[in-house]
Structures are given as structure tokens and as C-alpha cells.
Ligand binder design. Structure first.
Ligand code: FNR
Length: 186
């Protein structure tokens, strides 16, 4: 059976470069891997334990959790905000972490950051890894992907990555992630 991998996008804006990276992934997937986007994290309310108690989990969080449960792996594709994880992504992870059945526990996770800066959101990656330690996710160590100066590596018209070395790096990383998923399962 083929591997099902879902992408969790950390940027909310329409013209997002990270959305372009996420959009490019399906065609770069190795044979036997299907890559599908998770629903947007944009309209999830700020985590509030009172809200959780009074109204339960947001439908969007239940939906994302269900799709993560059904997936073999998750790719988190995100910008870096102020040297760290964007608040919206942290908020979604905070909600997911309160579910009785933890969707990210033991789940293979791949991190991809891209930014307009030279080092492609490198600083965000280690903050995100730290958060995922508490969630007991199985985050792949290497190879890493940090898409620096990402605005010069995409086609704004098609909204996809076009730079060949970036494409090669991404497809190599996805192949490694497929192997990693198999290793984690054994
Ligand atoms: C940024 N940006 C940014 N870039 C970076 O390399 N390191 C950083 O710490 C930050 N910090 C930051 C904070 C906030 C609040 C914003 C809005 C932006 C710039 C960022 O890389 C750029 O806006 C990207 O285009 C964001 O990714 P998307 O939305 O294009 O996917």
C-alpha cells in the first residue's frame, strides 16, 4: 500500500511562499507516496481551556487530527516569525496536543522552512523540534530543508517552486522521509 503524507502549512496568507513549496511537493514525491494538504489552520480560535471545556475542540482541529491519524507522516511547511514558530502554527499544535488521543505522538514528521532571508528559517526549525519533543513526535533529523531567498526560487504565476537545485533537494528529502517512515515502523 502507498504511504499517505499530509502537509501542515504555517502561513495563512494567499501569496505565501511556503504554500508554494507545499503545493510543489506532490509532484516531487517518490513512487508509492501520496502527499495531500491538511485543512487551513487560519480560522482556529486561540487556545483557551475554558473554550475547550465549554464548547469542545474546534471542528477544524478534529478534522486535522483525524487526517493526521490516518496519515503515515506529516510535513510541516512553515515560515519563521521573529526567529521562531509562527503563532498560528503554535496555536494549532497547542490545540492538537490537548486531544485525548494524541495525533502527533509517534508520528513521523518532516520539517521544511522557507523565508525571504538567507538562511531560510533555520532558527524556527529548532524551536519547532523542541515543541515536538513534548508531543513525542518522531521528527526526522536529516536531511534538513531550509529554503533561503525563497522568492527567487518560485514562479509567482504558477505558484510553484521552479529552481532546480531546490526541487532536487526537496525530492531527495521526501525520498529520505519515505525511508524514515519505514524505519520508524519497524
Ligand atoms: C517575518 N519574516 C522573517 N524571516 C526570517 O527569515 N526570519 C524571521 O525571523 C522573520 N520574522 C518575521 C516575522 C513576521 C511577523 C513576519 C510577517 C515575517 C519574513 C518572512 O520570511 C517572509 O514574510 C515570508 O515570506 C513569510 O513566509 P510566507 O508567508 O511567504 O510563507
Amino acid at each position: 500500500a502507498s504511504l499517505k503524507v499530509v502537509t501542515l502549512l504555517g502561513s495563512l496568507r494567499k501569496g505565501s511562499f511556503n504554500a508554494m513549496v507545499a503545493r510543489t511537493l506532490p509532484k516531487l514525491a517518490p513512487a508509492g507516496m501520496d502527499i495531500l494538504p491538511l485543512p487551513s489552520i487560519g480560522d482556529i480560535p486561540l487556545y483557551d481551556a475554558d473554550l475547550q471545556q465549554e464548547e469542545g475542540f474546534p471542528a477544524r482541529i478534529e478534522e486535522i487530527a483525524q487526517q493526521i491519524h490516518e496519515a503515515d507522516g506529516v510535513v510541516i511547511v512553515t515560515p519563521e516569525y521573529n526567529y521562531s514558530v509562527p503563532g498560528g502554527l503554535k496555536n494549532a499544535i497547542d490545540w492538537l496536543s490537548r486531544l485525548p488521543e494524541q495525533p502527533l505522538s509517534g508520528k513521523p514528521v518532516l520539517i521544511q522552512t522557507s523565508s525571504m532571508g538567507a538562511i531560510g528559517g533555520a532558527r524556527c526549525q529548532y524551536h519547532l523540534r523542541q515543541i515536538l519533543v513534548f508531543l513525542d513526535a518522531m521528527v526526522m533529523n536529516k536531511p534538513e530543508f531550509m529554503g533561503g531567498v525563497i522568492q527567487s526560487k518560485v514562479d509567482q504565476q504558477t505558484g510553484e517552486v521552479v529552481d532546480q537545485s531546490t526541487l532536487d533537494h526537496l525530492s531527495g528529502q521526501l525520498t529520505a522521509f519515505g525511508d524514515y517512515i519505514q524505519r520508524v515502523r519497524r
